[in-house]
Structure formats: structure tokens, C-alpha cells
Design a protein around this ligand. Structure first.
Ligand code: SAH
Ligand code: DHB
Ligand code: MG
Length: 221
């Protein structure tokens, strides 16, 4: 469902709170020009992630699913100059476009893009002794979301904020009999998240310029 009023209100909010950022605008344009799927988070969701990163005093952020780097740049902007953001991406073309955008935003020193399947890169990070992250944004392919969350926990410390995008899918998540793999993935994820004693969590529904969806937020105990 896309509701015109929700879209207009989203733009109203954006007009009030999001100043023009050349690097973010260039990133959105590059996604159109390069024929990459237009599934980045919205500008207001970007500001929301930026604020969440600030709220948890994030110095180290992990992202699953880079696409063109739009969410990466929003979160990267919240980091101190000596911060670090590791972002995992499977598609070489997406990673190449993202790298250009991230460098264009002046975040080349802070952000590291790792190319490969998230499910293989996550254990590698642990093997390499990567210290825990302060914030983790899960936004790659949806079927393995529950597995991604388990790895995220291994890469967390008490207080780490874990955010997962697209966990409502226009309410399709209510359909217990869905055969849509992505919806089944987030359905399993939401249930596991709610039952996981290692975190306290909720889901915020999102409406606006994108389809009705939701973001889960969880704090590691
Ligand atoms: N976070 C981005 C959007 C990510 S879209 C933003 O809001 O700006 C999801 C991305 O995950 C796509 O670029 C897709 O190529 C990537 N992806 C899909 N399967 C993956 C996998 N198994 N491992 C890592 N990345 C994957
Ligand atoms: C899709 C993926 C996303 O991360 C998103 O925010 C919206 C849509 C998708 O794969 O359809
Ligand atoms: Mg998403």
C-alpha cells in the first residue's frame, strides 16, 4: 500500500528537518542512473538511523546490505572522525557504486565495504577478532534475517542497538500462510526476536514515501 497523504507528510517532515545534502542527493541519483533497485531507506528513515546512531553514541557500526550506500552515508555521518562502519554487500556492481558515493560523502576513511555473502562474511569478522559493534543495521536479503540476527548478537556488547529493516512488508507479515520467502523470513525473524531473552525489542511501523513497512529495534541486554 502506498498512501498519498503519508507520502506528502513524509515530504513535509523531510522539508523541515533534512537539509540539502549533495552527497545523499548524488547517491539517490546514482541509483537511478545505474539501474540499481530503488529500495534504499527513505530520507526520513535515514535521519532516524542517524539519530539512533547518535543516541547510542556509536563509534562502530555494522551494516548488512549496502546497495548504493544511501543508509551507509546517513549512519556514517553520525560517527566521529575516528569511527568505523563495516558494510556487507553481495553484488559487485552495488558495492562499486556505493564506494564512489561513500567517497563522495567524505566517508572513505571510515567506511569499509566487504564484498560477499553476509552469511560468510559475518563469521569472518569474528575470526579476524573484530571488536563488538555499537549499532548493527540488518537490511540484506530477508530469508536469513534470523541467522543474521544470531551473528549480530555475537558481534554485540551489552547496549548494542540492532535495527532490522522491512519487517512488516505492507502487513503481509500477518499472513501465516504466505509463500513469499521474504515475508516468511521476516515473520520468523519477528517471532524469534520477540522470544529472544538476550534483547529487549519492538517494531516501529513506517509509512511515508515508501511502502508501508516496519523497522525492528532491539537493545542487547
Ligand atoms: N541498506 C540499503 C539498502 C539495501 S538493499 C539502503 O537502505 O540504502 C539490500 C542489499 O542487500 C542489496 O544491495 C543486495 O544486493 C544486498 N544483498 C542481497 N543478498 C545479500 C547477501 N546474501 N549478502 C550480502 N548482501 C546481500
Ligand atoms: C526490498 C528490500 C529492502 O531492503 C527494502 O527496504 C525494500 C524492498 C526488496 O527486496 O524488495
Ligand atoms: Mg530495506
Amino acid at each position: 500500500m502506498y498512501n498519498e497523504l503519508f507520502g506528502q507528510v513524509d515530504e513535509y517532515i523531510s522539508g523541515l528537518f533534512n537539509e540539502k545534502d549533495e552527497a545523499l542527493l548524488a547517491t539517490q541519483q546514482s541509483i537511478i542512473d545505474e539501474n540499481i533497485p530503488q529500495i534504499s531507506i527513505s530520507p526520513n528513515q535515514g535521519k532516524y538511523l542517524y539519530l539512533l546512531a547518535k543516541l547510542c553514541n556509536a563509534r562502530r557500526i555494522l551494516e548488512l546490505g549496502t546497495l548504493g550506500g544511501y543508509s551507509t552515508i546517513w549512519m556514517g555521518k553520525a560517527l566521529p572522525a575516528d569511527g568505523r562502519l563495516v558494510t556487507l554487500e553481495y553484488e559487485p556492481k552495488h558495492a562499486a557504486v556505493a564506494l564512489k558515493n561513500i567517497e563522495g560523502a567524505g566517508l572513505g576513511e571510515i567506511v569499509e565495504i566487504r564484498l560477499g555473502k553476509a552469511i560468510e562474511l559475518l563469521p569472518q569478522l569474528i575470526e579476524e577478532g573484530e571488536p563488538p559493534f555499537d549499532m548493527i543495521f540488518i537490511d540484506a536479503d530477508k530469508p536469513p534475517y534470523t541467522d543474521y540476527f544470531e551473528w549480530a548478537l555475537k558481534l554485540s556488547h551489552p547496549g548494542t542497538l540492532i535495527v532490522a529493516d522491512n519487517v512488516i512488508r505492507d502487513g503481509k507479515v500477518l499472513d501465516e500462510n504466505t509463500t513469499d520467502e521474504a515475508v516468511m523470513g521476516v515473520h520468523r525473524f519477528n517471532k524469534a526476536l520477540a522470544a529472544n531473552p538476550a534483547v529487549t525489542a519492538t517494531i516501529v511501523q513506517t509509512v511515508g514515501v515508501k511502502e508501508h513497512d516496519g523497522m525492528a529495534i532491539a537493545i542487547v541486554k
